[in-house]
Write a protein that binds this ligand. Sequence first.
Ligand code: MTE
Ligand code: MO
Length: 220
Amino acid sequence: MTDDATPGDSKLTATKRRWASEGRFLTGAVTRPEEHRLPPGQHLVKNWPVLDLGIQPDISTASWKLVVNGLVAHPTKFDWQAFNALPQTELVSDIHCVTTWSRYDNRWSGVAVADLLDAVMPADNARFVALTSYDGYKTNMPLSDFASDAAILALAWEGQPIAREHGGPMRLVVPHLYFWKSPKWLSGIEFLEHDRPGFWEVNGYHNYGDPWREQRYSDD
Ligand SMILES: Nc1nc2c(c(=O)[nH]1)N[C@H]1C(S)=C(S)[C@@H](COP(=O)(O)O)O[C@H]1N2
Ligand SMILES: [Mo]
């Protein structure tokens, strides 16, 4: 949170109350009891596998842009400098990939999604986000999940800039959903009233993707 986002700030408080009332503010494994930490059907790995559609775009920070648009009070095209000027946060979370590997205790730094939302202010009728990446990948989720306190627009992992193969220079991490909901090389965030399924969501994966309910495939 930014320092000026005081609890009494009426507009901000009303917006957050609405997101929270939508009811899916799971904060991921950070607060999950240890016996429920590993979701069903998952196994732990120590390395960090690379999975993508086979294109790993090479985006210099000089040409990097993040476009935030749709149902939002302040549509913004961030360049690298403007994005890095947002408040910086460090968060530790677990990764759960639908291909059954999980990796504990990943230390991310970057911009908390909550701080980005404070900057752009989604409109009252925004209910979903559609996310787009430099490789053409798309995914989607309810705004209330994107607004999770554990979600981060990550610039670094374990103190090092995110490697290109893992989505550098910036990727989203939403740890309470399967990792296909965490786009690498993120280029666009659009706020929508109605849901818009992304690449895997129209190719047989579950639309929501909760690892603890094993929402792997759309017929689950
Ligand atoms: N832009 C983009 N993001 C993506 C993907 C992709 O193909 N393109 N694959 C998703 C899938 S299916 C997974 S499991 C994770 C893998 O991230 P990693 O390679 O850093 O482990 O990225 C997700 N984000
Ligand atoms: Mo995946």
